[in-house]
Design a protein around this ligand. Structure first.
Ligand code: NAD
Length: 326
């Protein structure tokens, strides 16, 4: 992949040769993503970073003394960078950050960078908030906004092997793909703005339910006296096979190296799984889509998230909360 595809040189009318980039939100995902981005950019380009947590920006600058500038606030990032990536926790963080970046609507005329911005939001949020941010960017004419939620977790972010599901107008897909390919392996264009989030939430809804169902089925079989590995082996060549049964089996010892086999440490945190489930339920309800199991699953994850012996662990810990034999 050529880096230059995604940089100013191909699509900008600016006289400068260097491209400018922005990254907001140097958290568990954002920090390694920004690291990979910086590593793949030409040395002469500048990456502006910002996080409300100054320890994160200081650490980033320490690790990358060349080609990185810490911006005082998110407006400065929007003023100085032409391609801006955000990786923020919740919908209200995304709404707040974009409001500050887009107001006043003078990004193209204030003299720093005069080209239309490309805003790429990698956060997992609800499609409605994402649409309102997109509308603000598009109606003010300051830039294009796409949703690009990701999967692959912290390990994928570190290795640069993330999958991005993007919702974008056709004319920005090539540019966005070039940018995201510096941080991931696959970029799936699912349709217009909002489609990336719709795809991500539908997938994570299914995952949240499959995870509980797998824990219940494994617990059921084990209580009936079946051997855990024999049961999982049978399911995994039968119609119950799914990612939680095959890769992330919730019973300790069934899959070597799985979170369950190391005390449910690491993996996909139960709060993150519950956050995505709640976003999917909220968005489905807003669209008038009937769900049979969502509310019950949510109530169960709320319990698991609050239980002393489960909180902060991989979401397969639902098996422990069911009273499964460990
Ligand atoms: P995180 O909480 O570790 O990082 C978010 C960062 O944003 C933090 O460093 C925080 O200080 C910063 N931040 C918050 N408000 C800010 C503001 N107003 N201005 C600037 N910075 C601000 O979260 P994460 O795990 O890196 O996840 C980021 C997003 O990616 C979330 O939406 C999450 O659901 C999604 N996601 C996470 C994973 C995962 O495994 N962690 C996997 C896929 C998707």
């Amino acid at each position: 992949m050529t880096v230059r595809q995604g940089s100013r040189r191909c699509f900008s009318s600016s006289k400068n040769l260097q491209a400018t980039w922005g990254f907001i939100g140097l958290g568990r995902m954002g920090f390694p993503m920004a690291k990979n981005l910086r590593a793949k950019l030409p040395a002469e380009d500048t990456l502006f970073v910002h996080d409300v947590n100054t320890a994160a920006t200081s650490k980033f600058l320490e690790e990358h003394p060349e080609g990185v500038r810490v911006a005082d606030n998110v407006r400065e990032v929007a003023e100085k960078a032409e391609t801006i990536i955000t990786s923020l926790p919740e919908p209200h963080h995304v709404a707040g950050v974009y409001k500050q970046m887009l107001e006043p609507p003078s990004l193209l005329t204030d003299g720093f960078v005069t080209t239309e911005r490309l805003f790429i939001d990698c956060s997992t949020i609800d499609p409605m908030t994402s649409k309102s941010v997109a509308d603000a960017a598009h109606s003010s004419g300051q830039g294009r906004f796409i949703d690009a939620p990701m999967s692959g977790g912290v390990v994928g972010a570190q290795a640069g092997t993330l999958t991005f599901m993007i919702g974008a107008a056709p004319e920005v897909v090539e540019r966005a793909t070039a940018v995201l390919s510096m941080m991931g392996r696959r970029v799936l264009h699912l349709g217009e703005q909002g489609s990336g989030l719709h795809g991500k939430l539908a997938n994570n809804y299914l995952l949240a339910l499959n995870n509980i169902a797998t824990a219940e089925a494994m617990n059921m079989g084990i209580q009936w006296g079946l051997d855990p590995k024999a049961l999982a082996g049978m399911i995994n060549i039968s119609t119950g096979k799914c990612w939680p049964s095959e890769v992330n089996n919730p019973v300790p010892g069934v899959v070597e190296g799985s979170p369950a086999s190391r005390g449910y440490e690491g993996g996909f945190g139960v709060s993150l799984a519950n956050k995505d489930l709640k976003l999917a339920i909220k968005s489905a309800k807003e669209s008038g889509i009937k769900l049979a199991l969502g509310d019950q699953a949510k109530a169960f994850y709320d319990e698991v998230e609050a239980a002393e012996n489960c909180k902060g662990r991989d979401f397969s810990v639902v098996y422990r909360h069911l009273g499964g034999k460990e």
